[in-house]
Design a protein. Sequence first.
Length: 164
Amino acid sequence: MGQNKIFRSWYYFRMGWSTYFAFIFAAINTLTVTYYLAIEKIPSLVVVFPTFVQYVLIVTSIGIPVLVIIGYIHFKRSKAFKSEVDIMVETNPYQRRSIVNTELLIEINLKLLEFLIRSSKDEKMNEQEIKDLMEKNKIISEHMEKRTFSNDIDLNFLRKVLKQ
């Protein structure tokens, strides 16, 4: 448990660093460097950005909306985010397992609902339906027995589901 706390702390540190500190530090650094090394040395740009504060205000008032739009396009309009998620599912066995479990639970729940509806109408299942349920039970049981976090059985299941 102690080693787990160390790795968890390391993970939280990296997230805090890369998501917040490094991002803010990089933004401040970029604004400072571009103003004092580029804009201040070019007289025509000094006319547009007479002070560092005005430069920061102008760049952030334009940059933030542009970056929000780029982020929106990344998540909603481009194939880049889908590719990132695909890679995460392929490489993260815990995420993959969660998705497969959800798919299996939905399938089982639908069969249970169908059975409950039929039972409430006093309808019996015919032999073929019982056979189909037993086959489904066998397939799911075999899947559950064979899969591990280190093999690709869940990944193969997902690929099969996605092709349907």
